[in-house]
Design a protein around this ligand. Structure first.
Ligand code: HEC
Ligand code: HEC
Length: 212
């Protein structure tokens, strides 16, 4: 079900977003993905020991946008975490824009079991925070809203969600003057009152990951 939704939103965005997700993405994208396997895993299921997150829950248009940010230094540049800098070096390896589009489409076509929960929190309270502060952009139950550039959060590794919220709050992500969508999210990450609230939201997002 999740994949069907991803494919449908991907198709709609093919024209709106201007990116061309080629029909042969599965072969071209698969070839480009060979350099990513060592960290993100053969199904893009992520590898915590490498600090490399799951990618296969994400919409192609978001993967594409993040790879462009890593390449241009809007993400993973000066002041970023070591993990983001490491990823910026990898994004630079992709040869051109078509390769970015193809590898993004390929990753979005993959699927795997949901990751195990590693963070405890109050799911009900997290759901309240989510509906109050996050759902308007990230959609009901974290499905994402490509029209607002807001990624899918349901299905993401809980440790990665927590790390990114920390990075936004610390100005390690979303601080670049030209990173419009990152700055938008940075302002939102600052709204959560404390560390427990972050864990609660993350626990809620992990719980909705189990439901599709
Ligand atoms: C050396 C290990 C390594 C390799 C190889 C690697 N990555 Fe990553 N990747 C990471 C790490 C670490 C992060 C987390 C960055 C952060 O914490 O901000 C990441 C993050 C990402 C993200 C951001 C996901 C999100 O939810 O915002 C995307 C997209 C991505 N990688 C795609 C790729 C692609 C495509 C390739 C192959 C061309 C690749 N990566 C190769 C380590 C790697
Ligand atoms: C105003 C719209 C908006 C709101 C409200 C919002 N976000 Fe975001 N969020 C975004 C955008 C846009 C991005 C993508 C940022 C980028 O391009 O780097 C994002 C990215 C993220 C990411 C990174 C995901 C990844 O895979 O890298 C996390 C985690 C996140 N948001 C969590 C939250 C949480 C938790 C809340 C509520 C406290 C929230 N967001 C509220 C717009 C929003």
């Amino acid at each position: 079900m999740r994949n069907v939704q991803k494919v449908i939103s991907g198709l709609c965005l093919m024209f709106v977003g201007g990116a061309v997700y080629a029909a042969d993405a599965s072969t071209a994208g698969n070839a480009h993905y060979a350099t990513c396997v060592a960290c993100h895993g053969d199904n893009a299921q992520g590898d915590r020991a490498m600090g490399a997150p799951r990618l296969n829950h994400l919409q192609a248009v978001y993967i594409d946008a993040q790879l462009r940010k890593f390449r241009s230094g809007l993400r993973g540049g000066e002041g970023a975490t070591d993990a983001a800098k490491q990823m910026a070096a990898m994004a630079a390896v992709l040869p051109d824009e078509q390769a970015i589009a193809d590898v993004s489409a390929y990753i979005a076509s993959l699927d795997s079991e949901a990751s195990a929960a590693t963070i405890e929190g109050d799911v009900a309270l997290g759901g309240d925070y989510y509906n109050q502060f996050c759902g308007a952009c990230h959609g009901a139950a974290g499905v994402g809203n490509p029209a607002l550039n807001s990624p899918r959060l349901a299905g993401s590794d809980d440790w990665y969600l927590e790390a990114q919220i920390h990075a936004f709050r610390a100005g390690q992500r979303g601080a670049h003057a030209d990173d419009r969508t990152g700055r938008q999210m940075r302002a939102m990450a600052a709204i959560l009152p404390n560390e427990q609230a972050i864990r609660d939201v993350v626990a809620y997002l992990h719980s909705v990951s189990q439901q599709d």
